[in-house]
Design a binder for this molecule. Structure first.
Ligand SMILES: *Cc1c(COP(=O)(O)O)cnc(C)c1O
Length: 395
C-alpha cells in the first residue's frame, strides 16, 4: 500500500483514533466490553466483521486496534491482528491454516517454542511436518512438493543467525500453492528488506524489539485483509489469546522509538561483533553483517543492518561459556532479546534445553554457544565488560 509519509513518521503517527477529549497520547481503553444503545445494535455487532467496531475485547479493543493499524502501516501490510504473545501469533497462524492430513515444511533452526509447535503439537493433530536445513536450497526444493500447504521459516533464525534465501523459498512455496509464514522477530521489523512482499503471513513477537524495554509480552500477525479477517480472526478470537489493551498501549509507545533504538543497537552490535572476532577465547562470532558469516553475501543482499543479536562460540564448551556469562557485570543473564539492556543467554541450557543434544547438534547449538543481545549502553563499556569476562572464562 502506498503511504503518504515515511516509515519513521508512520511508527509515531499511524493508527491514532482520538476520543472526544482529543488526548495527545493514545487512549488506554481498559474495558472488557462495550455498551450497546439497543438490542438491535447488539445484534448487528455480532453479525458484522469486528474490524470497524467493538463488541468484546477478546475480539477487538480501540487501543489494541491502534497498535494493529500502526504496525500494519509501518510494515506496509493491508491488515494486522495483535495477540497476547509472539507464540500466540505463531501457534494461531499455523493452527488457523492447517487441518489433519496437511503438510508443513519448515527450516529446522528455530526458536525452541516454535520448534515445539512444529515438532510436537502439529503431528499430534495429524499434520505432517518436514524439517529441512534452511541454508540448503536442494533440501527446500525437494521438500516443498505440491502437497505442501504451509511453509514456515524464521527469516533469520534464533539463535544460530542462519538466513533464509527468502526469494527462493517464496518461489517454491508459490509454485506449490503453499502459504509462506515468516517469523521475523529476530532481525526486527526494520532490517529485512521487503520482507512484507516475500511473506504471505508475517508474525512478530512484539515482546522483543517492539517493546524493547522488557516490560510486556505481545505478538502481531500481519497479512492481507482477507487472511486476517477470514482465516486468522475467526480462529484466534475464539481460541482466546487476546492482547491486553494495557500491553497494546505500552507497545504503541515502543513503536514510537523503534527506529532510533534498533538502529543504535544494530550499530553497537556491529562494532562489538567486529571487536570480538579477534579475541582468542572465541572460536567464532556469528553476526549477519560480518564478512565471516557463512551466508555473508545473502546477508548483504537482504539485510539493511545486521540486527541486534550476536552469537559467539566460546572455546572450552559449557564450563567456559558459564564462566564467561557469570563474570559479566553490566550485561544481564536473561532470555529475552531486543531490549535496551544488553542480555546474555546460553541457548543449550535454556531456550533449547528441551530438544536434547542430538537436535541441538543438528542446528549448530553447541555447549559453547552464547547469544548476546546488544542494547543501548555505551559500546565501549559493553566491550570492556565482555573483555574482562572473556579473560576470566578459561575453564
Ligand atoms: C521470542 C520469540 C518468539 C515468541 O515470542 P513470545 O512473545 O515470547 O511468545 C517467537 N519466535 C521467535 C523467533 C522468538 O525469538
Amino acid at each position: 500500500m502506498p503511504h503518504e509519509h515515511k516509515p519513521q513518521t508512520r511508527a509515531v503517527r499511524s493508527g491514532i483514533v482520538r476520543s472526544q477529549f482529543n488526548e495527545n497520547a493514545e487512549g488506554l481503553f481498559l474495558t472488557q466490553g462495550y455498551a450497546y444503545k439497543s438490542a438491535e445494535q447488539a445484534e448487528g455487532r455480532f453479525s458484522e466483521p469486528s474490524k470497524n467496531h467493538f463488541s468484546y475485547s477478546r475480539y477487538g479493543n480501540p487501543t489494541v486496534r491502534m497498535f494493529e493499524e500502526r504496525v500494519a502501516s509501518l510494515q506496509n501490510t493491508e491488515d494486522a491482528f495483535a495477540t497476547a504473545s509472539g507464540m500466540a501469533a505463531v501457534s494461531s497462524t499455523l493452527l488457523s491454516l492447517l487441518k489433519a492430513g496437511d503438510r508443513v515444511v519448515s527450516a529446522r533452526a528455530l526458536f525452541g517454542s516454535c520448534l515445539y509447535i512444529l515438532d510436537v503439537v502439529l503431528p499430534r493433530f495429524g499434520v505432517e511436518v518436514v524439517l529441512v536445513d534452511g541454508t540448503d536450497s536442494d533440501q527446500w526444493t525437494a521438500a516443498i512438493t505440491p502437497e505442501t500447504d504451509v511453509v514456515f521459516v524464521e527469516a533469520v533464525a534464533n539463535p544460530t543467525l542462519e538466513i533464509i534465501d527468502m526469494p527462493l523459498v517464496r518461489d517454491l512455496a508459490r509454485a506449490a500453492g503453499a502459504k509462506l509464514v515468516v517469523d521475523n522477530a529476530l532481525i526486527t521489523p526494520l532490517f529485512f528488506d521487503g520482507i512484507e512482499d516475500l511473506a504471505d503471513v508475517l508474525v512478530y513477537s512484539a515482546t522483543k524489539h517492539i517493546d524493547g524495554q522488557g516490560r510486556c509480552l505481545g505478538g502481531v500477525v500481519l497479512a492481507s485483509e482477507k487472511f486476517i479477517r477470514e482465516t486468522f480472526e475467526p480462529f484466534h478470537k475464539h481460541m482466546g489469546g487476546a492482547l491486553s489493551p494495557f500491553n497494546a498501549w505500552v507497545l504503541l509507545k515502543g513503536l514510537e522509538t523503534l527506529f532510533i533504538r534498533c538502529r543504535q543497537q544494530a550499530a553497537n552490535a556491529l562494532r562489538i561483533a567486529g571487536a570480538l572476532e579477534v579475541m582468542p577465547q572465541i572460536r567464532r562470532v556469528i553476526y549477519p553483517h560480518l564478512a565471516t558469516h557463512p551466508q555473508a553475501s545473502l546477508a548483504r543482499r537482504h539485510l539493511t543492518a545486521g540486527g541486534t543479536v550476536i552469537s559467539l562460540e566460546i572455546i572450552g564448551g559449557k564450563p567456559a561459556a558459564f564462566a564467561f556469562i557469570n563474570h559479566l557485570k553490566i550485561i544481564s543473564i536473561s532470555n529475552n532479546f531486543g531490549d535496551c539492556k544488553s542480555l546474555v543467554t546460553h541457548p543449550a541450557t535454556t531456550t533449547h534445553q528441551r530438544i536434547g543434544a542430538e537436535k541441538r547438534a543438528e542446528i549448530g547449538i553447541t555447549d559453547g554457544l552464547v547469544r548476546l543481545s546488544i542494547g543501548l549502553e555505551d559500546p565501549d563499556d559493553l566491550l570492556s565488560d565482555l573483555r574482562q569476562a572473556l579473560d576470566r572464562s578459561a575453564p
